[in-house]
Design a protein around this ligand. Structure first.
Ligand SMILES: [Zn+2]
Ligand SMILES: [Zn+2]
Length: 222
């Protein structure tokens, strides 16, 4: 039985590129080297291998994009990742702010049969516990970065950006401050001097630095 067509390293590169593309950033070797904490020479070697295998295209200005084939494999990994997170959180009861790290390992060990059966078992979820849509699904159209929301508006948290998931400490802080998908907050004010945005919810008030608010997505509820 064919289990995985690509090595775990290639899968991680594909997933990283997929996430960078999805957040409309330009993917260069240096971006990957930071994200994956790998040395630039290693990144170059792996990228050449991926180019050879028709998974990625590198243009003249060294920006990398996934080919159709690369995107398909990446979506498959992203799906396995988000499905694992959903399972770990909703079935096994691991806190939502911790599941990312576990899913990161599980996602590489699932055969297509396991993926299919697990998705059926879970009732074909459309979002991971952080609100990231499964590949092919979208966030509501009026979703914006929390950073863009206007003081005085009431917003519902839609998604905690994947870039934030890597830090359990930060995720735990968000959890403690009631910043999770589905929760409602009022945007109180944005302070340029402190570079922070303050929020108020039924659980009290909190403030977040701009660089975090840029990676949290919300939509206005009233
Ligand atoms: Zn994750
Ligand atoms: Zn997630």
């Amino acid at each position: 039985m064919k289990v995985a067509a690509h090595s775990q390293v290639i899968e991680e590169y594909l997933l990283a590129l997929y996430k960078i593309n999805r957040s409309n950033e330009k993917a260069k070797a240096v971006t990957l080297s930071t994200r994956l904490q790998t040395s630039p020479p290693t990144v170059h070697a792996t990228i050449s291998r991926m180019q050879r295998d028709g998974l990625v295209i590198v243009d003249k200005s060294k920006v990398m994009t996934l080919t159709k084939k690369g995107k398909k494999v990446a979506e498959d990994i992203a799906y396995r990742h988000n499905l694992s997170e959903y399972f770990l959180c909703n079935t096994l009861g691991i806190p939502w702010y911790e599941v990312h790290q576990h899913a990161h390992l599980l996602e590489h060990a699932m055969t297509p049969v396991v993926v299919k059966k697990l998705a059926e078992f879970l009732g074909e979820p459309e979002f991971c516990p952080h609100g990231t849509p499964m590949p092919g699904k979208e966030l509501p159209e009026n979703t914006i970065a929390l950073m863009e929301s206007k003081p005085g508006t009431t917003v519902e948290i839609a998604m905690i950006g994947e870039a934030l998931e890597d830090s359990i400490d930060l995720m735990k802080i968000l959890h403690d401050h009631y910043i999770m998908p589905g929760n409602i907050h009022k945007v109180v004010e944005k302070t340029n001097v402190l570079r922070s945005i303050s929020l108020e919810s039924e659980k009290g008030s909190t403030s977040l630095p701009f660089h975090v608010a840029e990676k949290i997505f919300v939509f206005e509820v009233r």
